[in-house]
Ligand binder design. Structure first.
Ligand code: RUB
Length: 342
């Protein structure tokens, strides 16, 4: 915990880390709102203290999840608007800047949806992965213009965000076929598009999105199904212009293998209180010294190379992935800093 950071910011950070608040656009929106809360409730008595608190709040939010660049992009945008010589001026400027960010974010998503909808024809079947509000915006705009659509929704293990997508699409009257991730290639035969969102887009046009996106895109290319990525420009990752890579979040292994299921494989109950108390740690292999380790890996995202992506749809128009760097230079031309590190 950081000095002066208000409870509303701590609770937003906890919700992002626990994925109660999730998805790149939603995270960015919540982070901007949290900074506005910090500004509103700050008890700082000097401009310097106010700025320090805002930076600490931004750091708390920044450290929650590493992959969606919309988060640092949002924090940077709001902190850059922190102008003024008095606490009152700083407060007003920060709140105003956060509101502008949130309004622009919603508008960009709507505009992007209208552009993406132009790619969809009446009667099309769209395969989705995970839950992306940018991707859904394209479907919503197409539906509003009177097109009939159907969806094949990938469950998206381990967190099953496909269920959120299915619920939303059904609310909009779209017939949904829910499939396990492993059935995707089989059902690509019935799909006219693959439509996904993005957590980050790199300067070479690589798309970083929910793990499983890259395999889906490769299979779609093999089947001749176009892959469309719906991503507001807030998803463009400025650091990749200077050679940085995007960090792929590794999440807790219990998401993949809950303790009871682990116990069924290893024969050791890691929830056993007695075992914990006597040894301090759990020695899974206590009864069988020769048993090999059981490792679980749980990467939350993967990288889809640009050659498997047909179009990146942003609020500024549709781009082939190879030319996205032009837009990136225009929008994020100045060198990036991490103001929360200052
Ligand atoms: C969410 C995910 C989404 C992108 C885009 O992952 O990969 O496809 O964030 O979403 P997680 P949006 O569930 O781990 O956060 O278009 O809403 O920004």
């Amino acid at each position: 915990e950081e000095a002066g950071v208000v409870p509303a910011v701590e609770s937003t950070a906890d919700d992002i880390a626990a994925m109660e608040i999730r998805g790149a656009a939603t995270i960015a929106d919540a982070a901007a709102e949290a900074l506005a809360n910090q500004a509103e409730r700050s008890r700082a008595e000097s401009p310097a203290a106010f700025r320090r608190e805002l930076r600490a709040a931004a750091r708390t939010l920044y450290e929650t999840r590493p992959t969606a660049v919309s988060l640092p992009n949002a924090l940077r945008y709001v902190l850059r608007g922190m102008d003024g010589d008095t606490v009152a001026d700083l407060r007003a400027a920060t709140i105003d800047r956060a509101e502008t960010f949130q309004r622009d974010l919603a508008q960009a998503q709507e505009r992007l949806g209208e552009i993406g909808a132009n790619r969809l024809r009446d009667g099309d079947v769209v395969m989705t992965h995970c839950h992306s509000t940018d991707a859904l915006s394209c479907l919503e705009a197409a539906l509003k213009s009177g097109k009939h659509l159907e969806a094949i929704v990938k469950e998206t293990r381990p967190r099953k965000q496909g269920h959120i997508t299915a619920r939303q699409l059904r609310e909009w009257g779209v017939p949904v076929t829910l499939i396990v991730d492993n059935a995707a290639r089989r059902y690509l035969d019935e799909a006219d598009h693959v439509l996904v969102g993005a957590d980050s887009i790199a300067a070479d046009g690589s798309v970083i999105n929910k793990v499983g996106t890259s395999g889906l895109a490769v299979n779609a290319r093999e089947r001749g199904v176009p892959v469309m990525v719906a991503a507001q420009t807030i998803k463009l990752h400025p650091d990749t212009m200077t050679g940085h890579t995007v960090e792929i979040e590794m999440r807790d292994e219990t998401e993949v293998l809950p303790d009871e299921e682990r116990a069924a494989i290893t024969g050791v109950d890691v929830t056993d209180e007695d075992a914990r108390e006597t040894t301090g740690t759990i020695d899974e292999d206590a009864d069988s010294p020769a048993a090999p380790e059981l490792t679980v890996e749980n990467p939350a995202f993967d990288v889809t190379p640009p050659r498997y992506v047909d179009a990146i749809v942003t609020e500024r128009g549709q781009f082939p992935p190879e030319s996205i760097v032009t837009l990136m230079r225009e929008l994020f031309g100045e060198p990036t800093d991490d103001p929360w590190d200052a």
